[in-house]
Design a protein. Structure first.
Length: 432
């Protein structure tokens, strides 16, 4: 098949180690937890020695903290290592980089959706592990990476950038949506009839699913093996519409440009941590990530900025013993300001989760704060008197009379130019 030949040729040219690493991951996915943790410990010690010897930033950081690598005897000892925050990562990128790295390097840049973007270079071995990890996740769902696929990942490009993007899409046997006009969405859905899988931002997948559900005849010939969302939180409201449109739920690929693939959801619904390439800690509900294979730009005990819940004792029926991320709750980010008090933005997660669990009210929302003491809630659907009353009661439960909530219903809150976030603050936390 031409598409397979083109794809495999491209992979061989880019990085021939990808399939070697994939074979390793195919074997290690059924290791017991002790073997996985021993592997992690060995990789961690190698990484720490490498970073201290070759990264100016880590050398000075560990000297200042009086941290001794020889005291790392188990994975639990990782708590001795100092944290690094995103601001530190960005501010010290130049001194974190390992100079004159012997492998081929790949340019990378974060989206900057939470502030200034991070620019860094990833080594060839990291690239091989990263792509092999994705391919393993695809295999769990019966998908080959060269199979025909729809892609929902940005569309607002200059003509030159758009042509380049179309060329890359052709080589990867994929097509994407460039505008959100109904006619364009309909053409995209028509192409999905010959596709094996769909991937992209969860909010974009949701928009396509809603269009399919409005025209039932559209899903008559859709037979996707996998609907994969990444880079955004998956709201339960999304799942309802996606199941209706495609006959299956959205599965999650969780990661970040700087941290790599962190976890991938298996067919049984468990989001298994990619323990061969990362160590994940949950500290006060916040994720802390160590990338074990990024040697050109070491990321060690990185406070990435997401709230999560980890399950280490649950046994997944798929047979894999990798630890499980139960939930990605949202961004740590900015706070919500009341008249007198401050509240973590995570509070909104619980407000809407309670509505769903206790009252079967599933709402797609976006919250914005322009001024302290007032929160503006945009709700996609209409709200009856009972639903509005229950929403108000949940808000009062967490915010009391300290925060005035303004609610607007039947609002189009779809993402148009960037990935969707559920809370946006326009309040300057650090006024000059």
């Amino acid at each position: 098949m031409l598409s397979k030949a083109l794809y495999l040729t491209g992979i061989a040219i880019r990085n021939y180690n990808i399939f070697k690493n994939l074979r390793f991951l195919q074997e290690s996915q059924y290791w017991d937890i002790k073997k996985l943790e021993n592997f992690q410990l060995r990789k961690l010690r190698e990484l720490l020695l490498h970073a201290k010897a070759n990264s100016f930033y880590y050398n000075k950081k560990y000297e200042k903290a009086n941290f001794n690598i020889e005291n790392i005897f188990s994975i639990e000892d990782i708590g001795q290592i100092p944290f690094i925050t995103k601001n530190e990562l960005i501010s010290n990128a130049e001194s974190i980089h390992v100079k004159n790295f012997p492998e081929k390097l790949f340019f990378s840049e974060t989206s900057g959706s939470t502030g200034k973007p991070l620019v860094f270079y990833r080594n060839k071995d990291w690239d091989a592990w990263h792509r092999a990890s994705i391919f393993r996740g695809y295999e769990w769902h019966g998908v080959k990476p060269w199979e025909r696929n729809g892609y929902l990942w940005g569309y607002n490009y200059s003509l030159k950038r758009r042509i380049k993007t179309l060329l890359f899409d052709l080589l990867q046997n994929r097509f994407r949506l460039f505008t959100y006009k109904d006619a364009e969405i309909d053409r995209f859905i028509f192409k999905l009839k010959k596709a094996c899988y769909l991937s992209g931002y969860s909010s974009m997948i949701y928009e396509v699913a809603k269009r399919v559900n409005k025209t039932p005849a559209m899903n008559a010939h859709l037979n996707l093996k996998m609907v994969k969302a990444t880079s955004e939180k998956i709201f339960e409201k999304y799942q309802t519409d996606v199941r209706g449109a495609f006959g299956k739920k959205m599965i999650s690929e969780y990661g970040a440009a700087e941290a790599g693939i962190i976890a991938f959801e298996c067919p049984k619904g468990s989001m298994h941590i990619n323990m061969e390439t990362v160590i994940v800690e949950e500290i006060d509900n916040e994720i802390v990530v160590t990338n074990l294979v990024l040697k050109s730009f070491p990321i060690i005990r990185y406070k990435m900025g997401d709230y999560i819940k980890i399950e280490k004792k649950m046994k997944c029926s798929c047979g894999r013993q990798h630890h499980i991320i139960k939930e990605v709750l949202g961004r740590v980010g900015k706070v919500i300001y009341g008249i007198r008090h401050k509240y973590p933005s995570l509070t909104l997660y619980y407000v809407f989760k309670n509505l769903a669990l206790d009252h079967s009210i599933i709402l797609n929302y976006k919250a914005t704060q322009h001024n302290k003491g007032t929160l503006y809630l945009e709700i996609e659907s209409s709200l009856g008197a009972t639903e509005r009353n229950l929403l108000e009661r949940e808000c009062i439960k967490y915010f009391g009379e300290d925060l005035r909530i303004e609610v607007a219903c039947e609002i189009d809150i779809s993402s148009r130019s960037n990935k969707k976030v559920d809370f946006i603050s326009e309040i300057d936390d650090n006024p000059v």
